[in-house]
Design a protein around this ligand. Structure first.
Ligand code: C2E
Ligand code: CA
Ligand code: CA
Length: 805
């Protein structure tokens, strides 16, 4: 979900909509402002209009006043200056309601006649109308002022009364009541709350509408409005009214009031009233705009959801899923038009190719390119899953480690491309023999593995046999039928380990155990595990054992069938462990090869054999001692020189020693083996090919190596009496050896019948428990002196060896 924050797209869209409304709002406010200004102008115009109206009214009034005063001046009571005129004037006043008073002032200014009664005799001597009338001897208009008799704001008019000689006798006057302004104001139909004020140039209020009585005579408070009025004369101003209501004022001088100082008329209209219409319109417009904006917001909200956000949301969700590693995340399937559509589609295409690419990489990372089978990594994964499953369901899980025997030799003999053909074919065969739910993997090189879910030891053994059987059918390579054998190590969860890594390691151990097993498979046996902690400490001790003389040699005699003499012995190493007793070579030769300790060990064996050889020679026993070389020794270019040095140091001729090398050790790297062996051979040391028949040696190498002897592997010899196949092989090897001019030795002779068969086949030499087990040197001497003679066996070559008594 997208959170509602300022930075969210939706909020931004809504803001845009609001911003789009701003010009309308601006326009509205601007026009409202203009309308206010127009309203203000209108107020001013109203004021001017009223002032002018008042002005023109005043004109009429002045004319009327003049007429009245001329008539009054002619009255006899007035001419006589009789004080009885009071009664007459008050009667007249009732007929002229516009006037506040009528009266006559004497030449000295004393008012002796007045329509309104006087509390005392007032003087008009200082009044402008009076002075002007005296000066001009004509009709005169006074200033607006508060009447002394009436107490009302009035404009007085004066008219002189002349005697016969044209001298002024008195001045008749009328006081025009400014209350007429009220009528004017009423007629003007000003908005409610409006005021109408007449002031003189000092700001004294001469007339005020409404509530005239309350204000007349008072001064306007000093304000900016008053100042504006006095300086500008015509204009508008904003100020509080006398009642304190914020108002707009329009002002103008009264027409015809110029003589003797200005009189201003000002119209005050409450702002509220003046702007009422404008405000109402603004409010209506704002409300309308608000409504439209709200509508636009709703539309934008819904629309953005429908047209933009929903798709962006989908895209965003897909991107987030992709970012967390979900490569199936897509924004589609529907994209729609426009940029968003293109964006979503492009994203999906990108995610698609990323997924395809990753799938391919994953496949490559988890599969073997040659066979297309899962590789070791994927097998490890599946095994871990199987272990977890086994834990949950309490079911066993089996792992078979399948290793081809002597595949290196096939590779070296036939070439790598043919080797690859076989590896592919082996993978295919194993795969075809197993169920879909089983994992068949090529781990490395010629090593395969099969994971069998929910399978116990017995089931695994059945499958292992089935695989071995399936591989028995020869492989056809360029018309050749080739036998490929395999060894299968079996481990089962939880019997042999409860963790995948341990099972894999023990599977390897079981596979090596299988290499030594007669039937080609082996279930993991901890007591034979070279990697078990016991074995590891053993390896740690081996170097020390070599240096401190824990190693010893046993010797096994070889008998020449033709001469019935002991023609030599094979030296076989033993480890006399101080705590564990005698340890057979099967337990430490392979680990010694892996750790490199085989080099000092071999040198020790050669040296010990030479020492023994020399001591026997001293006693007149002259037969060669055979020592075994391991494959690793054949990679050691220093070996021939070291052997040469040892021969010289111990004064033993090269014919005193022979060397046995297994067929597979040579074929693992024929070129290098050739080099080392040729140098040994050149020194005069006889070479024997051990375990012959189990490997794939080529005749070409046999010839080039100029070996002296073939040793038929004991696996053929042991069964040759019962197994015709083995007998055939033994016979072939004997013939082959003889054809090549080599001597042939059969090892593993355990009974007389085998002896006879071998003798019949023309075998040169035999070796085996039937003659003697490997025994220590001291025992061998006794055996040579006592046992052998009893059986009729001599020692050494008859011509060169002294007979023992
Ligand atoms: P190998 O070279 O084939 O030695 C012959 C093995 O067969 C010896 O086992 C011997 O005791 C056994 N043997 C002899 N006669 C018979 C028989 O009639 N029947 C049966 N079943 N077995 C018989 P060992 O001494 O345990 O040696 C095993 C292997 O250890 C040897 O096989 C050899 O490959 C290796 N080895 C022994 N000593 C050395 C050594 O000093 N250096 C190296 N590099 N390898 C050695
Ligand atoms: Ca041997
Ligand atoms: Ca052998």
């Amino acid at each position: 979900m997208i959170r509602f924050s300022f930075s969210s797209l939706r909020v931004r869209l809504l803001l845009l909509v609001l911003i789009a409304n701003l010009p309308a709002l601006g326009l509205m406010l601007y026009s409202a402002l203009e309308q206010r200004q127009a309203a203000a102008v209108e107020v001013q115009e109203t004021a001017l209009r009223l002032a002018r109206l008042a002005s023109s009214d005043q004109g009429r009034l002045i004319a009327g006043a003049r007429q009245l005063l001329i008539v009054l001046a002619e009255l006899s009571e007035v001419q006589r200056g009789s004080p009885q005129c009071n009664g007459l004037f008050s009667k007249l006043l009732q007929q002229y309601p516009l006037y506040a008073n009528l009266g006559v002032a004497a030449r000295n200014g004393d008012i002796f006649c007045s329509a309104l009664p006087q509390s005392r005799v007032f003087s008009a001597a200082d009044r402008s109308w009076f002075q002007r009338a005296i000066q001009t001897k004509d009709f005169a208009i006074g200033d607006y002022q508060i009447g002394r008799i009436t107490g009302k704001p009035t404009v007085n008019f004066g008219y002189p009364i002349l005697d016969d000689r044209g001298r002024i006798k008195a001045v008749v006057f009328s006081a025009l009541d400014l209350a007429w302004l009220n009528h004017l104001a009423a007629e003007a139909q000003l908005p409610e709350g409006s005021t109408f004020t007449v002031t003189d140039q000092n700001g004294v209020i001469l007339a005020h509408y409404p509530e005239s009585e309350r204000w007349v005579g008072k001064s306007l408070p000093a304000s900016s409005a008053l100042e504006a009025m006095l300086t500008q004369r015509v204009g508008v101003a904003e100020a509080a009214s006398l009642e304190g209501v914020p108002s707009l004022f329009g002002f103008t001088p009264f027409v015809g009031s110029k003589e003797g100082g200005d009189v201003y008329v000002s119209i005050g209209i409450p702002k509220e009233a003046a702007f009422a219409e404008v405000n109402r319109m603004l409010a209506r417009n704002l409300f309308g705009l608000g409504l439209v904006s709200l509508l636009a917001l709703v539309v934008a909200w819904v629309g953005s959801d429908l047209f933009v956000l929903r798709r962006i949301d989908a895209l965003l969700r897909a991107i987030k899923r992709l970012a967390t590693g979900d490569l199936t995340a897509r924004a589609g399937p529907s994209y729609g038009e426009g940029e968003l559509g293109i964006l979503s589609q492009t994203f999906d295409e990108m995610a698609g190719s990323l997924q395809a690419y990753t799938t391919q990489l994953e496949y490559q990372a988890t599969h073997d390119a040659l066979t297309g089978l899962p590789n070791g990594a994927l097998l490890g994964d599946h095994l871990r899953q199987a272990v977890r499953h086994g834990e949950r369901e309490r079911k066993p899980q089996a792992l078979l480690v399948i290793d081809l025997d002597r595949f290196k030799e096939i590779n070296n003999t036939l070439g790598h491309s043919q080797g690859d053909v076989i590896l592919r074919e082996v993978g295919r065969r194993i795969r075809d023999m197993l169920r879909k739910s089983d994992t068949v993997a090529r781990v490395v090189g010629d090593k395969y593995a099969a994971l069998l879910p929910e399978t116990g030891i017995e089931g695994a053994v059945v499958i292992a046999k089935k695989i071995l059987k399936g591989l028995e059918t020869p492989f056809s390579i360029e018309g050749l039928a080739l036998d490929v054998e395999a060894s299968i190590g079996i481990v089962v969860y939880p019997d042999h380990g409860e963790e995948a890594d341990l099972l894999i390691q023990r599977g390897d151990v079981a596979m090596y155990q299988a290499k030594e097993a007669p039937n080609g498979y082996a279930v993991y046996a901890s007591e034979r595990d070279q990697h078990s902690p016991r074995r590891l400490t053993l390896m740690g001790e081996l170097r020390h054992a070599i240096e401190t003389g824990q190693m010893t040699l046993y010797y096994q005699p070889k008998l020449s069938l033709q001469t019935r003499r002991i023609s030599g012995v094979e030296a076989l190493v033993r480890w006399r462990h101080p705590e564990r007793g005698v340890i057979p070579p099967a337990e430490f030769i392979v680990p010694a090869e892996r750790t490199g300790l085989i080099r000092p060990l071999t040198l020790w064996v050669i040296q010990a054999a030479l020492l023994q050889c020399r001591s026997w020679r001293k006693e007149g026993i002259e037969f060669p001692v055979s020592v075994n070389l391991s494959a690793r020794n054949l990679f050691d270019p220093q070996l021939p020189d070291q052997v040469g040095n040892l021969l010289r140091t111990h004064g033993v001729p090269a014919c005193g020693i022979e060397m046995e090398i297994t067929e597979s050790a040579i074929m693992a790297d024929p070129a290098r083996a050739m080099e080392i062996l040729s140098r040994l051979r050149a020194m005069g040391i006889a070479l024997s090919i051990d375990d012959f028949g189990t490997g794939y040696s080529s005749l070409g190498y046999l010839k080039k190596l100029r070996v002296d002897e073939l040793k038929i592997d004991k696996s053929f010899v042991g069964d040759m009496v019962s197994d015709e196949n083995d007998a055939m092989i033994v016979r072939s090897i004997i013939d082959l050896g003889h054809n090549l001019g080599l001597k042939v030795v059969a090892e593993g002779v355990e009974d007389e019948e085998t002896w006879n068969r071998l003798a019949h086949l023309g075998c040169d030499t035999i070796q085996g428990y039937y003659i003697s087990r490997p025994i220590p040197a001291e025992e061998l001497i006794r055996w040579l002196r006592e046992t052998a003679p009893k059986k009729g066996w001599g020692i050494g070559k008859p011509a060169t060896i002294k007979e023992m008594s």
